[in-house]
Design a protein around this ligand. Structure first.
Ligand code: MN
Length: 531
């Protein structure tokens, strides 16, 4: 009979630690809701002690989701465990995830601790955590480089103290599938109380083996997988959830396992991650890349037409890639528009839908055919906007190759209209300077990206802007057939977030050293640790 493999999603902890993937509080909550819809079993929502911002987001996620376990990471330290517990205790199903490194390399150089001391520390802290919460996971950081005999003693002790999940991570992404399988089997054969816990995998992708190692671990008896959407995470990332899940599903002839994942939510989840963070998905990315189901070569197309099984091992629909035939245009009514959005997986409130429909009509005046991707860009550019403090009334740009660019911009705030002009080395630069001048609030530009939404000549341009002030980094998105307008709209969206006291920044808003780690010299690094 098929056995369940639990999906432990760490997109919001290990994933969010990766450069470029920071999210603010509202974005994390939205992501957590989508992970719940996707059907993950456990959400690792953050590392509560690492910053007040992390604590706050773990706590908010714990209250926001219902049908999923919420975990916080904690070093094997009482104050970490207290913070983790205080952050997750409101969850319907809370978990504390305690970790300590167990390889000699980490013990000697990072922790400056001998094996016996580390073992005692693990016993103490797992026991302490277990007295707070009945769902405890213990991770042996750098397990794949840990002495096997010592590993078994640690695992036995952690289970004896009440850990019900034991994670054996390949922290540095060094192992091979056969080694991982051997490690899991060794632990299963040599730890007397191992039947009281679930063995978990957490593999990093430094050698591109994270998914292969994870599958090998499952074959050897692991029943929890720690993974992230699109495989994001520290360095080269973690095992990609969509790949692990679809490998087991597509090859169910080989793997007699099932997961709680509703695979038709995979594409939407990956898209939400990408649109939230502004990091594009690699077109060749397995399962969720734009080309994952595209058949360009003539031979392949011929085969596909004869029978899709010739070249397609799973259907695009099975991972939620929907291709609808209904093309919208100028004459489409609101009903058709809403139906289309529904097909694309968006359920919008009536007033939101009406507002978006107006935007759609404006777009139709500029663009003959409105594709699915245009609509997605439109929906996502208006989603979760901050208060519209400043709005765009109009702009005039003067630019050319033998002149300094200038931008005259008219903005509206309340009932008042403001206009100003600035010059710059290019039209975008001039526009940003004008906006800064009008709002009288200096900011720096942290990142700027411009993408075409489709390949058409009249494609929508999508601009992503990150700006910062002393409060932190704020992101904005703008979509228009005019790339300068898209850039201005993106900048204004970021400005409105920056000036809205209630909106949280994606990074830097709270100094990382806001909490003291002075007494932790023994434990080593004080930054957001990985395990
Ligand atoms: Mn990790």
């Amino acid at each position: 009979m098929a056995e369940k493999v639990y999906i432990f999603d760490t997109t919001l902890r290990d994933g969010e630690q990766a450069p470029g993937y920071s999210m603010n509080l509202e974005e994390k909550i939205r992501m957590a809701h989508q992970l719940e819809t996707l059907g993950v079993d456990i959400i690792e929502a953050g590392f509560a002690i690492s910053s007040p911002g992390d604590f706050e987001s773990v706590e908010a996620i714990a209250s926001a989701v219902k049908d999923v376990t919420v975990a916080s990471l904690a070093r094997a330290l009482k104050k970490d465990i207290d913070a983790a517990w205080n952050a997750v205790k409101r969850a319907n199903s809370p978990r504390i995830h305690v970790f300590l490194a167990t390889s000699d390399l980490h013990l000697e150089y990072k922790l400056r601790m001998d094996r016996q001391t580390a073992l005692e520390r693990i016993i103490d802290n797992v026991r302490y955590a277990r007295n707070l919460c009945d769902n405890i996971e213990f991770s042996l950081e750098d397990a794949t480089r840990t002495d096997r005999e010592y590993m078994c003693r640690v695992v036995e002790a952690a289970i004896k103290e009440g850990a019900t999940t034991i994670n054996l991570p390949d922290t540095v992404g060094y192992s091979t599938p056969i080694e991982v399988a051997e490690m899991v089997r060794y632990v299963r054969n040599n730890v007397p109380n191992i039947d009281k816990a679930i063995i978990s995998m957490h593999n990093h992708n430094d050698l591109g083996l994270a998914v292969a190692n994870t599958i090998a671990g499952i074959e050897a008896g692991a029943r929890q997988v720690e993974c992230t959407l699109c495989g994001i995470g520290e360095r080269a990332g973690n095992a990609a959830m969509e790949e692990v899940v679809m490998a087991m599903k597509t090859r169910s002839d080989k793997y007699d396992f099932y997961t709680g994942i509703n695979t038709t939510e995979i594409a939407r989840s990956a898209r939400l991650l990408s649109s939230t963070t502004g990091v594009k998905i690699n077109p060749s990315k397995a399962i969720v890349g734009d080309n994952a189901f595209a058949h360009e070569s003539g031979i392949h197309q011929h085969g596909m037409l004869a029978n899709s099984k010739t070249y397609e091992i799973m259907t695009p629909e099975s991972v939620g890639v929907v291709k609808t035939n209904l093309v919208l245009g100028k004459h489409s009514g609101q009903h058709a528009f809403e139906k289309k959005l529904e097909e694309l997986g968006y359920s919008l409130a009536k007033d939101e839908a009406s507002k978006l429909f107006a935007e759609f009509k404006k777009l139709c005046d500029r663009k003959k055919k409105v594709s699915d991707r245009d609509l997605v860009a439109l929906v996502e550019s208006t989603e979760a906007e901050a208060k519209q403090l400043w709005t765009l009334e109009g702009f005039v740009i003067n630019s050319g190759n033998h002149m300094t660019s200038s931008a005259v911009i008219t903005l509206k705030k309340g009932d008042k209209i403001y206009q100003d002009v600035s010059t710059g080395t290019g039209p975008v630069y001039a526009s940003l300077r004008t906006i800064e001048k009008i709002i009288r609030h200096p900011f720096s530009l942290e990142d700027y990206q411009l993408n075409a939404v489709t390949e058409d000549r009249d494609a929508l341009g999508e601009a992503l802007v990150k700006i910062s002030d002393q409060r932190g980094v704020f992101r904005g998105r703008g979509v228009s057939t005019d790339v300068i307008e898209a850039s201005i709209l993106a900048c204004l969206a970021a400005v409105n977030r920056m000036l809205d006291e209630s909106s949280t920044s994606i990074a830097g808003g709270v100094p990382a050293q806001a909490m003291s780690f002075e007494n932790d010299m023994l434990i080593g690094h004080t930054d957001k640790s990985e395990e």
